[in-house]
Design a protein around this ligand. Structure first.
Ligand code: PNS
Length: 194
């Protein structure tokens, strides 16, 4: 039976004291501290309150969370890369352990470049699952050391997607409460005839 010494107990207590919001893992055999850095990738065209809900959950779980905007997507975005960075930077203000970046090419290459060990994705409904499952397993094949972690946003955002936000707004419907106010302002600038 492993008997914990007083000095080990004191060291662990001190380490937990400094762990902040992140998850620190302790290996009792090696006394190693393992930090978790996650990438939250997406198009974010534009960021929604569902995305921000997921970021808040991820910020509590991971030591560091990098929100990564895909550049050069085959989808023609409504907002430029710079606009999406500005909106997300505004959205994550207040989270000390969340940063915003852009990437192109393979997500797993970006994850390795960032020395990240996890990818965060949101699952809103069963309909998301098949695509997410395929991506997660392909990413695992490409980079087995990177784990994909799925979280659910609050149920009140389960129907919210960037695609529907753009469509509803362009057709004159209200998206208040589903995206931050600064996104509504950007949408008004981008779709000025409404
Ligand atoms: O917000 P989205 O559009 O659902 O995000 C999709 C994204 C950016 C996560 C995905 O398209 C992606 O990771 N693209 C990078 C290219 C890549 O790595 N493809 C292989 C993944 S299986």
């Amino acid at each position: 039976m492993f008997q914990e010494s007083a000095s080990l107990a004191a060291w662990k207590a001190k380490s937990f004291e400094f762990s902040g919001q992140g998850l620190l893992r302790f290996s009792y055999n090696h006394f190693a501290v393992h930090t978790v850095k996650a990438i939250y990738p997406g198009s974010f065209d534009p960021v929604t309150n569902g995305h921000l809900d997921l970021i808040a959950r991820g910020a509590k779980m991971f030591d560091h969370l990098v929100v990564a905007i895909l550049r050069n997507s085959t989808k023609a975005p409504l907002f430029t890369e710079a606009e999406r960075v500005e909106m997300l930077t505004e959205g994550v203000r207040g989270f000390g352990n969340v940063s915003v970046a852009t990437f192109h090419g393979l997500l797993v290459d970006f994850a390795r470049e960032q020395k990240a060990n996890a990818v965060l994705r949101g699952i809103r409904a069963i309909s998301d699952y098949e695509y997410e499952f395929q991506m997660a397993l392909m990413n695992r094949r490409l980079a087995p050391e990177v784990e994909t972690i799925f979280l659910m946003p609050d149920a009140k955002y389960s129907f919210v997607s960037s695609r529907l936000i753009k469509q509803v707004f362009e057709l004159g419907g209200s998206v208040d409460g589903l995206v931050p106010d600064f996104v509504v302002e950007r949408l008004k600038q981008r779709v000025p005839h409404l």
